[in-house]
Design a binder for this molecule. Structure first.
Ligand code: ASP
Length: 316
């Protein structure tokens, strides 16, 4: 079985420097060779290193495009792809790949590490071995393998900043994959998307500025979908409506998601056409907005796409 390894950077391939951990060329490459020699990784691995290797804090939608292009271009030649990635924005990239790789025919497994392969007692070796095991055994779609867990690529979130068991995802019966007859590649431009968190007493000017300048907004709402009903927030949402930019509401709660309309305090959101993001993660909502802006230009088409469950990114 031929497997492609796309190395993008992240802690897994880092080494200590005077300024802290930073990506170093050769770390992942050497580990693969050593683990193959021990019989712990498959023999047929092709390696594609995306230079420059980055800390995923510096990832942009153009990096999503680069990774998606490589996978799309090679999906007929390989039976699976493993992507090594930094953990900080891995959830954004895995959601983005779900939306980018429509009709994906093979499994894509993202992994990384909380401690570099260059540090004794790291979790990178385990995650790398298990990612290769998963890619040989699982169905087509975008998955994350981390600390012994197989997670849905469209629902995953980084839930711990230090523990090896750093990711979680609600399960879904819908695979992390947009079905299509033929594999299609979708790329994103450089959309200006704001993620605005609701907070008690928040300055409405913040949201007003975002509504005036962004192409789309993710509102991180309270609980099951409420927001402070202030004149300032109403004005901000009216600006978004008049500019016809999509606004998606998601919950501050890692579990349960939105249920817009449960409380009267949700009326401000309903009055202003905020899309119910249900139990989507902030990361999935952000990526879905980016691909929706690239995909559909009319507000009705955008809304329809945002409300549709494309790849199990929310519970329908
Ligand atoms: N800052 C690192 C990154 O996201 C963290 C990690 O990989 O664990 O690239």
């Amino acid at each position: 079985m031929r497997i492609l390894l796309v190395h993008t950077g992240g802690t897994i391939g880092m080494a200590q420097t005077g300024a802290g951990f930073a990506p170093r060329r050769g770390v992942v490459e050497d580990a693969v060779v050593a683990l193959q020699a021990e019989g712990k990784l498959p023999e047929e691995i092709a390696l594609e290193v995306l230079e420059p290797l980055i800390d995923s804090a510096n990832a942009t939608p153009e990096d999503w495009n680069r990774i998606a292009r490589v996978i799309h271009a090679h999906q007929h030649a390989f039976e699976g792809v493993v992507v090594t990635h930094g953990t900080d924005t891995l959830a954004y990239t895995s959601a983005a790949l779900c939306f980018a790789l429509e009709g994906l025919r093979i499994p894509v497994v993202l992994t990384g590490a909380m401690l570099p392969l260059t540090v004794d007692g790291n979790d990178g070796v385990r995650n790398l071995i298990e990612a290769f095991q998963l890619v040989q055994a699982t169905a087509a779609g975008v998955w994350v393998q981390f600390a012994g867990k197989k997670l849905h690529g469209g629902r995953v979130r980084k839930s711990h900043s230090r523990a090896f068991d750093g990711f979680s995802a609600d399960p879904s019966d819908i695979p992390p994959l947009q079905r299509a007859g033929e594999p299609n590649l979708h790329c994103v431009g450089t959309p200006a998307i704001g993620i605005i968190a609701m907070a008690p007493g928040m300055p409405a000017s913040l949201l007003q500025h975002a509504a005036e300048t962004c192409d789309g907004l993710v509102l991180r709402c309270f609980g099951s979908g409420t927001a402070p009903d202030t004149q300032g927030l109403r004005v901000a949402l009216e600006i978004a409506q008049s500019r016809r930019i999509p606004v998606v509401g998601v919950s501050q709660c890692p579990e349960g998601g939105m249920a817009l309309g449960t409380y009267a305090a949700a009326q401000i959101l309903l009055d202003h056409d905020v899309v119910d993001g249900r139990d989507m993660t902030v990361e999935a909502a952000y990526a879905k907005l980016a691909y929706t802006l690239a995909f559909a230009s009319d507000p009705a088409g955008r809304r329809q796409r945002l409300e549709a469950c494309l790849c199990g990114e929310f519970t329908p």
